[in-house]
Design a protein around this ligand. Structure first.
Ligand code: FCB
Length: 432
């Protein structure tokens, strides 16, 4: 439970008047394949775990229990479920597609619909099949052609069962962590490569959009990017924050709006079919990033003593508000969906306050004109949080599970959010 006095720290961030949500506001949860399915699949994160670089991932049991999880989530009132497809399951060897794996994903989408839940299928969430990684990954033209064949194949297999696709989760974070910082597979740390990859992920998005929009019935196709909200922590951090922002958010939004890819070290390049290649913008948000003159980036908040989560990130809902408004301005006419927001904590009061504070920020953005259609919470059942594994800083779920029996238990935050959804109102007096 939160320490006494902690509530005062939250006071400036929490709503003081009821927040009302329209009946068609889309309430959902977000998950990813590898993080919830885990298992001995042939991808580069499993290989990294074998090499001792990241924790092993036994999964939370979703692959086997999807049907009952979907009923559980539906019972809490969520009408949308974001999942992803693990590429190495459906294409364990190059060019060899496993029909049983595709059938399983189709069955999961059908189970969602049977439970009254709309599935949103994301096709790439950080993990590479081993055969792709061995061949140079998406840096190679052949790997990119492989990706588009995979998109086409999965799109055709699932289109009858889902009306919504995302091409990739957080392409810019993927480039940042895997190619610029070198902290995730394939562990490259090279600016020129990262800028080339920026161009490749944008081109792949445009190509995948075209492929998916050609399916029958025609789905909606959306991006997903996390808003990092770069801010200076001191005077010396200003230039670094601006430089990072110009690439990470600036180049991305310009490319989606105009088709022009402008990144450092490369000639500007026009990808005409990238312009407007999105039916919806998926907006993830956790915290704001702070840059100082010295040292690695940290997190930014405008309160002197902000609440901090289990990853030591400061809570700053103003970043969600500012980001939604910025994307809305950059991409006029494109609806927004919060496709991830949540917090690692074992303290349920903390999670409820965090969600309430971010829903208040979302409503402020809406009141200023951002067309935000819904809120998907990250995540449903506690899952594998990459470098944290299933450790203390991994618990983003509204639902806990028993590691031995895999039995699910809805947390206080899950019951609280369920009540908000049922009433269509967030009443501040219900916030602990
Ligand atoms: C996001 C990732 C997701 C999860 C959350 C906590 O950036 O998309 O996989 O790890 O962070």
């Amino acid at each position: 439970m939160a320490p006494p006095g902690d509530r005062e720290r939250w006071a400036p961030l929490l709503p003081t008047a009821p927040l009302r949500f329209a009946p068609d506001f889309a309430w959902g949860v977000a998950t990813s394949a590898f993080q919830s399915e885990g298992g001995d699949v042939a991808n580069d994160w499993v290989a990294a775990a074998r090499a001792g670089r990241v924790p092993p991932n036994p999964g939370n049991g979703f692959w086997e229990r999807a049907e009952s999880d979907l009923r559980l989530v539906a019972g809490l009132g969520f009408r949308h479920y974001r999942l992803s497809v693990e590429w190495s399951r459906v294409e364990p060897e190059r060019g060899h597609f496993d029909e049983r794996a595709l059938d399983r994903y189709r069955a999961i989408c059908d189970a969602a619909r049977a439970a009254g839940v709309t599935p949103w299928v994301n096709l790439f969430h950080f993990t590479h099949p081993l055969w792709l990684a061995a061949g140079g990954g998406l840096l190679d033209a052949a790997g990119r052609a492989d990706f588009l064949r995979y998109v086409e194949r999965v799109g055709r297999a699932l289109a009858p069962s889902t009306r919504h696709f995302h091409v990739s989760n957080e392409s810019m974070v993927y480039v940042l962590t895997s190619y610029l910082m070198g902290v995730n597979p394939p562990y490259l740390r090279d600016a020129a490569t990262a800028f080339a990859m920026t161009r490749h992920v944008l081109a792949l998005h445009a190509d995948a959009y075209t492929i998916l929009k050609g399916l029958d019935p025609q789905p909606t196709v959306a991006t997903i990017e996390v808003y990092l909200d770069p801010r200076p922590l001191d005077r010396g951090g200003k230039a670094a924050a601006q430089r990072f922002d110009a690439w990470y958010h600036g180049a991305l939004l310009e490319a989606l709006a105009t088709g022009w890819v402008r990144v450092p070290t490369r000639e500007p390049e026009e990808i005409p079919h990238l312009r407007g290649a999105l039916d919806l913008y998926g907006f993830n948000f956790y915290s704001s990033t702070g840059f100082a003159a010295e040292g690695p980036p940290g997190s930014y908040a405008d309160l002197p003593d902000p609440p901090r989560d289990a990853m030591d990130r400061a809570v700053h809902p103003g970043g969600l508000e500012a980001g939604l408004l910025r994307v809305a301005r950059a991409l006029p006419g494109v609806p927004l969906l919060v496709t991830e927001n949540g917090v690692p904590t074992d303290d349920e009061s903390f999670r409820i306050r965090y969600v309430a504070a971010h829903l208040a920020a979302l409503e402020r953005a809406r009141a200023q004109g951002a067309d935000v259609r819904g809120y998907f919470h990250w995540t449903a059942v506690d899952n594998y949080e990459w470098h944290q594994g299933f450790g203390a800083a991994s618990r983003f779920g509204l639902i806990a599970f028993d590691p031995k029996t895999r039995e699910r238990r809805v947390k206080a935050s899950g019951r609280w959010l369920s009540e908000v959804i049922a009433r269509g109102v967030l009443d501040p007096s219900t916030i602990p």
